[in-house]
Design a protein around this ligand. Structure first.
Ligand SMILES: *Cc1c(COP(=O)(O)O)cnc(C)c1O
Length: 475
């Protein structure tokens, strides 16, 4: 087969920043071993997130110039609204400044103590907003989804038996929503099948529980359905997307993902009473309902991006580029989530670093080493992100210890990806030298964003640091 090439050429470029290993050691120490605290111009290849990091197209930039900045009733809003209505089939469209703003509004209205929100897997901001309301978030991913290195076509699926049992146990009246995340970001960017969405919808309908889609990567998920699910190979992406949304009563979306925008989000709904409650909160927290925390130019760029993302040449290249990196790592024996997900490569950190105990955060230790060795920024999705403490202050680990290398859309070329593979393989071949980390400071919610850490063996580390300092050029 011929090489699947980037379906674009490059009109405008920006430099990437080079530094050396000794410099990066000091930078990481100053950032308390937390990649979120590293300045981005100290990063060579930034795979921290695919959120808001996409390259916009020349069409989107043209849209930026055409954005109408009227406070109320801007034509850019109506373009945005019509595009989302066409894609989702949902009549009520509420713009927000990003996905979590949609979540905050939705769960402020539907959440509260004694309520349960069930999902295949809730994303971290979704879970945090649910818990902040006093409610509980419950992940019911299918069995295949719990085994990172076992390949299956739709590992993002919800466990429908577990869903039925959970509803029977807690009572449908205490479950305001069921939320399916497509693709399953925290579960490895794995897709959800149409069959599963249909089955979940049926169970929800029987129990009068509305079904919502966390739609951040709806187009990537639709492409996987086209590739892997019987009966969809001849359907167009917009057709698959329309069917997917047809089973849902509403959706939340971050336009920073599958809309190629640098900021933005929305809620789309079918229920007018709920939409009215959302708009009331929106006016207090985000803005008037025809801009919702966004500039007219953002609304325009999002509307254009939502159409572009459904292009099959783009999706083929997108899914293939993740698979390409995954396969290179598999060939070198690196423990990596299989099959490749839609937006990121996930290293299985506890298998990569079996000598580091879970309470020394092997995922975070691997993140630190990828930065020091190759200037690559990644993120831990494991016990630093999702760990809890028991009554004795002992860590309750997350289900999986992963390191995510999220690939920004249309930003890096194949040689960048080849470099990333080389760095990971070199780190893997020297993995015994990597040390665990311990937390010195943390916030009560979403601690991974701001936590400060240090290496467990501080003496050894100080020695290493002195060496690193000595190696720096004297200015
Ligand atoms: C990014 C993301 C969100 C939150 O969106 P923001 O725009 O970052 O607030 C919610 N759910 C999923 C699955 C996401 O990937």
């Amino acid at each position: 087969m011929q090489t699947i090439i980037e379906p674009f050429r490059i009109k405008s470029v920006e430099p990437i920043y080079f530094n050396n290993e000794a410099e990066r050691k000091l930078i990481l120490e100053k950032a308390f071993y937390n990649p979120f605290l590293i300045h981005s111009n100290d990063v060579l290849i930034d795979l921290l997130t695919d959120s808001g990091t996409s390259a916009m197209s020349s069409n989107q930039w043209a849209g930026i110039m055409q954005g109408d900045e009227s406070y109320a009733g801007s034509p850019s809003f109506f373009h945005f609204e019509k595009t989302i209505q066409d894609i989702t089939g949902m009549p009520l469209v509420i713009p927000t400044h990003q996905g979590r703003a949609s979540e905050k509004i939705l769960f402020s209205i539907l959440g509260g103590k004694g309520k349960y929100f069930v999902s295949n897997t809730l994303f971290d901001t979704t879970r945090a907003n649910i818990e902040f309301s006093g409610a509980e978030g419950v992940d019911l991913v299918c069995e295949e989804g719990k085994h990172p290195t076992v390949a299956a076509a739709f590992k993002g699926n919800m466990d429908t038996e577990a869903l039925k049992n959970f509803i029977a146990e807690k009572g449908a009246a205490n479950i305001p929503l069921c939320i399916i995340t497509v693709t399953n970001n925290s579960g490895g960017g794995q897709p959800v099948s149409m069959e599963n969405i249909k089955a979940v919808k049926k169970i929800c309908a029987e129990n009068n529980i509305p079904l919502f889609i966390d739609a951040c990567r709806f187009a990537e998920n639709a492409y996987f359905i086209k590739l892997r699910e019987a009966g969809y190979s001849d359907k167009s992406i917009p057709e698959i997307v329309q069917e997917l949304f047809s089973y849902a009563d509403g959706c939340t979306m971050s336009a920073k993902k599958d809309a190629f925008a640098n900021i933005g989000g929305f809620l789309a709904l079918r229920n007018e009473a709920l939409a009215q409650q959302c708009r009331n909160l929106l006016i207090m927290t985000e803005g008037f309902p025809t801009y919702g925390g966004l500039a007219g130019r953002d609304l325009e760029a999002i509307a254009i991006g939502l159409e572009e993302v459904m292009d099959e040449h783009y999706l083929q290249y997108r899914i293939r580029s993740i698979e390409y990196l995954t396969n290179k790592l598999i060939a070198a024996g690196v423990p990596v989530m299989q099959p490749a997900g839609g937006h990121a490569v996930y290293l299985v950190a506890d298998e990569f670093l079996p000598h580091i105990p879970i309470d020394q955060y092997p995922g975070q230790a691997l993140v630190a080493e990828l930065y020091v060795h190759g200037g690559i920024r990644s993120v831990e999705i494991g016990s630093l992100m999702f760990g809890k403490y028991d009554a004795n202050g002992k860590l309750i680990p997350a289900a999986l210890e992963l390191v995510r290398l999220a690939v920004p859309r249309r930003v890096y070329t194949q040689s960048h990806i080849d470099y990333v593979a080389e760095v990971i393989i070199e780190v893997f071949n020297n993995r015994n030298k990597i040390q665990g980390l311990t937390i010195v400071e943390e916030a009560p919610a979403l601690r991974h964003f701001t936590a400060k850490l240090k290496p467990v063996a501080t003496d050894l580390h100080d020695e290493q640091l002195k060496k690193a300092e000595a190696a720096l050029p004297v200015l």
